[in-house]
Design a protein around this ligand. Structure first.
Ligand code: FAD
Length: 261
């Protein structure tokens, strides 16, 4: 088995290492001390295509693969572990489920601007009483017409305070236990959704973790991701028809920015 990086992967590694040294490392200590969300760094990372590394350009991504994603997160984390987690959450916890299981309409609204880094995403699974055993989550979503009414509290949500949208894991059918768990996309500003306290453990909170609180929060049923009938097939990009209907803007192409070794 050949584990050597390809020439393109080496170029990517070098490009991202230089970016991390110059744009991430100088602020790592401050981030550890304050726990503020690094908006400027996030914006610069987005310009380089690091907020949607392994998604097709038609979905707002940089068109790379998961090895490239690993190289990027490794290089960023080498200079600042917190920024590495922040970008990892944007790419793999927020964008990826929508890329894999979202409908074309969901991808247009909840993936494209996030993969481009114009918006920030987060992933809300953990609860104060449900960590490793995530299946014990108690956030409930009762169906009401074409909406779900969500009640519950999520804890330790990276990017939580800064995010424009969250993938929130809820139980729509509590008697079914963990088989009733599903995911809804909740947008910032939705009535009944607020950011709770900042999480602090050992005095450190460098990934801008917050609680997210839902009180009779009505979410359109169309925001449910992974419904079997409507999901776009896993791993396949948008259909050509859907892609051509997307708003036109050149994606931040990481490939075009690779510098020679
Ligand atoms: C910096 C940070 C960022 C985070 N970001 C997010 C996020 O973006 N979204 C999100 O949903 N969550 C997030 N989390 C929460 C994280 O996913 C949970 O902390 C994790 O699932 C562990 O849960 P817990 O902290 O409640 O620990 P617990 O589940 O209480 O576990 C405590 C200890 O017991 C051990 N343990 C637990 N169960 C068993 C078992 N059955 N057998 C043996 N050992 C066991 C664990 O390994 C651990 O050492 C974040 C946490 C941190 C610290």
């Amino acid at each position: 088995m050949n584990l050597e990086l390809t020439e393109e992967q080496k170029l990517l590694q070098k490009t991202v290492r230089e970016f991390a040294e110059s744009e991430v490392k100088p602020f790592a200590k401050e981030l550890d001390e304050t726990g503020h969300f690094p908006r400027d760094t996030f914006k610069k990372a987005a310009e380089l295509g690091l907020t949607g590394i392994a998604f097709p350009e038609a979905e707002g991504g940089a068109g790379f693969d998961h090895i490239a994603y690993s190289i990027v997160i490794e290089e960023i984390s080498r200079c600042c572990a917190s920024t590495g987690v922040i970008l990892s959450v944007q790419n793999s916890l927020y964008c990826d489920p929508i890329h894999r299981f979202g409908t074309d309409a969901q991808k247009k609204k909840f993936l494209l601007p996030f993969a481009r880094g114009e918006k920030i995403g987060c992933y809300a699974l953990t609860e104060p009483q449900a960590g490793s055993n995530a299946a014990a989550l108690q956030t409930k979503a009762a169906k009401k017409g074409d909406a779900y009414v969500v009640n519950g509290t999520k804890a330790w949500i990276t990017n939580g305070g800064a995010a424009d949208a969250a993938i929130v894991y809820v139980n729509t059918d509590p008697p079914k236990g963990e088989r009733g768990i599903t995911a809804l996309v909740v947008e910032k500003g939705t009535p009944g959704f607020k950011v709770g306290k900042e999480e602090k453990k050992l005095g450190i909170n460098a990934t801008a973790c917050c609680e997210l609180v839902f009180t009779d929060c009505e979410i359109p049923a169309a925001n449910r991701i992974g419904t079997k009938a409507k999901a776009t097939k896993s791993r396949f990009p948008l259909s050509m028809a859907a892609a051509s209907a997307l708003p036109r803007k050149p994606p931040a192409s990481l490939k075009a920015r690779l510098k020679p070794l």
